[in-house]
Design a protein around this ligand. Structure first.
Ligand SMILES: *Cc1c(COP(=O)(O)O)cnc(C)c1O
Length: 399
């Protein structure tokens, strides 16, 4: 049976009524027969049937023992970091999601948890950054927004040899394309806000652990700290996940078409997409993932803030917004939006140039999206030539 078929049929039909859609148990508490005698549920922070169905489903999707659903991707990351103690260290991917960077450096550093950022696309950098205090390695692959690829299997070996946990933020790839636990990772997290939800209509996070022991530890923090996903959003996320295979296939096909188009455009400098043979880690991406995802980034030859701003404010189908992974295509200027919380010089070092533009390819037809980009390039080209003409006439006057 294919993964898609298996997924659809692993969402249970309601045993009580035969309802084919998972019931939303919108309740805070459950009536008990005697203290501690119940039907497996006592209070919805601890456990809720709708959330439990989602959690079982995502554990299966990532081939893990335990799945846990949180109020946001950052709440999921936060729950994993609670495994650490003061004095522990983290080695993390340098091109990390901006919100994770803020959480690591502005929250956990206060509690004496140190983080070292390295370019994890070279395994040696990870190996060299590990100290006896390192307890956790944190990867995103592909990264946001420069689509760097790290070799999960090779880094898992380094983690094992140093008795560190390896956690992979699998938001960009989704389990449809990449299953880090099968490649040796211990924990996977998701911002389910993105592809798993898939419709830009909810904020949610997930943690999936390879073994049940680690799962129990994080479940303790889920209940003790309380950032759970509510019953309605759990249902909404199940509904999104039902079509994830279909959506991801389409996102990947269209993204490759857009990346190929961008690569030949005269105003474009570099295109970042792991599916292009020009990508430095194309071979690793091909080895560890079934596809290359729906995010394409590029820089302009005119590498300025202004040129990027002109671009992102003139698209029509691509809507200017943070976030990604929904059915509508989005455009974003990381230096001014998602990555604003990372200091400018550090941002440039990790490859987030001033003119870097990130596209989240939605489910529109490739041809329509390419037409929109073509129109936008014409608009900014006109603007740029006009500015040059103004400069020329100014010099003429001065003469
Ligand atoms: C969006 C995102 C997060 C944070 O998730 P929220 O649901 O917004 O809290 C974490 N990691 C990656 C890669 C993301 O894109």
């Amino acid at each position: 049976m294919s993964n898609a078929t298996q997924l659809i049929h692993s969402i249970p039909v309601d045993a009580l009524t035969g309802a084919i859609s998972v019931p939303i148990y919108q309740t805070s508490t459950f009536v008990q027969e005697a203290p501690g005698v119940n039907k497996g549920f006592d209070y919805s922070r601890t456990n809720n049937p709708t959330r439990a169905t989602l959690e079982k489903l995502v554990a299966q999707l990532e081939n893990g023992a335990t799945g846990l659903a949180f109020a946001s991707g950052l709440a999921a990351i936060d729950a994993v970091l609670k495994l650490l103690k003061a004095g522990d260290e983290i080695v993390a991917v340098d091109d990390i999601y901006g919100g994770a960077f803020r959480l690591f450096t502005q929250v956990y550093q206060q509690f004496d948890i140190k983080v070292t950022f390295v370019d994890t696309s070279n395994v040696e950098n990870v190996f060299n950054a590990i100290t006896p205090k390192t307890k956790l390695i944190w990867l995103e692959t592909p990264t946001n927004p420069t689509l760097k690829i790290s070799d999960i299997e090779a880094i898992a070996k380094v983690a094992k040899a140093s008795s560190c946990l390896l956690c992979v933020d699998n938001t960009f790839a989704t389990p449809v394309l990449q299953q880090p636990l099968n490649l040796g990772a211990d924990i996977v997290i998701h911002s389910a806000t993105k592809y798993l939800g898939g419709h830009s209509d909810l904020i949610a996070g997930l943690v999936i652990t390879k073994n049940a022991e680690l799962g129990a530890k994080i479940k303790f923090y889920q209940n003790a700290c309380g950032a759970i996903l509510g019953p309605f959003d759990s249902w909404l996320l199940i509904r999104g996940i039902e079509t994830v295979h279909l959506r991801i296939k389409q996102h990947c096909n269209t993204a490759l078409a857009v990346a190929n188009y961008l690569e030949q455009h005269p105003l474009v400098d570099k295109v970042f997409y792991p599916g292009l043979t020009s990508h430095p880690n194309h071979a690793i991406a091909k080895k560890q993932a079934k596809g290359f995802g729906g995010i394409v980034s590029f820089t302009l030859k005119e590498d300025t803030n202004d040129a990027a701003l002109a671009f992102v404010t003139n698209t029509s189908l691509f809507k200017l917004a943070e976030s990604l992974g929904g059915i509508k295509s989005l455009v974003c200027h990381p230096a001014n939006m998602t990555h604003k919380s990372i200091p400018a010089d550090q941002r440039r070092v990790v490859g987030v140039a001033d003119s870097l533009i990130r596209l989240s390819i939605g489910l529109e037809d490739a041809e329509d999206l390419i037409n929109d980009l073509e129109n936008t390039f014409s608009i900014i080209e006109n603007k740029l030539t006009k500015e040059q003409n103004v400069e020329v006439s100014d010099t003429t006057k001065a003469c």
